[in-house]
Design a protein around this ligand. Structure first.
Ligand SMILES: C[S@@+](CC[C@H](N)C(=O)[O-])C[C@H]1O[C@@H](n2cnc3c(N)ncnc32)[C@H](O)[C@@H]1O
Length: 318
């Protein structure tokens, strides 16, 4: 019987210890300062929230959407950008971190926003009724992860009493997830999050996070080297560990609820030109200045991070 697994949780860190996001510079925060050199290398000099909002507009009627819930909104920059674009948004910001909720209140002080301080996994499902769009950027990796499971889980499935392992099996069986071989990690929290959002019937969902299935287009492979194992991997951060996300499992869940999915690297909405200068930077990173290092890390992140847009199928052809 499988018994060597552990459960990675970031809850205590987020509730009691977190007092900056500086240590885990998110793509959203990296693009926030107007003068950052990162904005000079992207095709359109703009913030993460504006670029994302405009991209989502290709798939959803953004100008008509008013009831939006953002889970884990960090400093609140993304939502500020969304409100900039659409003044009728009435957002709910839900976050586990009291520190970050205070930051969000500062950033969004001029706007009409409702704040909820709790762990999204404990949110009353009824509370989710009526939202048109849910946004979760760079936080699925914070939700609980089962570490060091092994394939015996499937062999002994009928005799397993441990409720955590039973919950893991539930996902494999109910959503037909492809069973990994050998030892593996499972983003159980992220699966629960998406299951909860789809169960609530929210018509549009956006998630973005560090992927364990990231891929770089053929033409860029000489410049950007990313190897993906397909198994959620540990990212050690200040005071806590996060894990990369297996997006293919999230796709399975969404499709089981009759949602369609659009998925790709952040580079789909944060585009850049591969100029000679950028090629040179990416190829010669050994003697790189701090600024070049920051640019190379950013370009790398545009492919390490994936997004998934999840759209409820209404059965209509329009
Ligand atoms: C890495 S930050 C990302 C912040 C922001 N979305 C961005 O892209 O810059 C993760 C965010 O998720 C929140 N978070 C983590 N676990 C959560 C949970 N279980 N429920 C609600 N929020 C959570 C954190 O407090 C934080 O706001």
């Amino acid at each position: 019987m499988p018994k060597d697994y552990t459960l990675n949780s970031t809850k205590a860190y987020h509730v009691d210890k977190l007092n900056t996001l500086g240590w885990e510079l998110t793509v959203c925060n990296a693009l926030h300062p107007e003068g950052t050199p990162l904005r000079k290398i992207i095709t359109r000099d703009d913030s993460f929230g504006h670029l994302l909002y405009d991209y989502l507009g290709r798939y959803m009627p953004m100008e008509k959407i008013t009831r939006v819930i953002e889970v884990g909104g960090g400093y609140g920059y993304l939502m500020k950008d969304f409100i900039d674009r659409n003044r009728v948004i009435r957002p709910v910001m839900l976050d586990i971190s009291p520190f970050l909720l205070r930051k969000q209140k500062e950033t969004l002080r001029e706007h009409n926003v409702y704040y909820v301080g709790e762990d999204f996994l404990e949110t009353d499902p009824l509370f989710l009724t009526g939202f048109e769009l849910a946004v979760l950027n760079e936080n699925l990796g914070d939700f609980p992860v089962l570490i060091n499971l092994n394939e015996d889980l499937f062999r002994f499935s009928s005799g397993i009493a441990d409720p955590i392992l039973r919950s893991a099996l539930h996902f494999f069986e109910k959503y037909g997830l492809k069973r990994p071989e050998g030892v593996f990690n499972l983003n159980i929290g992220a699966l629960l999050v998406l299951e909860k959002l789809c169960t609530a019937g929210i018509p549009y969902i956006y998630v973005g996070e560090h992927s364990c299935e990231a891929a770089v287009p053929e033409a860029l492979r000489p410049f950007i080297r990313i190897e993906s194992t397909g198994n959620p991997e540990r990212i050690a951060l200040k005071g806590h560990d996060e894990y990369t996300i297996k997006f293919s499992y999230l796709e399975n869940i969404a499709r089981s609820f009759n949602y369609r999915t659009i998925r790709g690297p952040f580079a789909d909405f944060i585009s850049f030109d591969l100029t000679d200068e950028l090629r040179y930077m990416l190829l010669d990173q050994d003697s790189a200045s701090d600024e070049t290092e920051m640019v190379c890390q950013f370009i790398d992140d545009l492919f390490r991070y994936e997004y998934m847009i999840v759209i409820r199928d209404t059965g209509r052809s329009d």
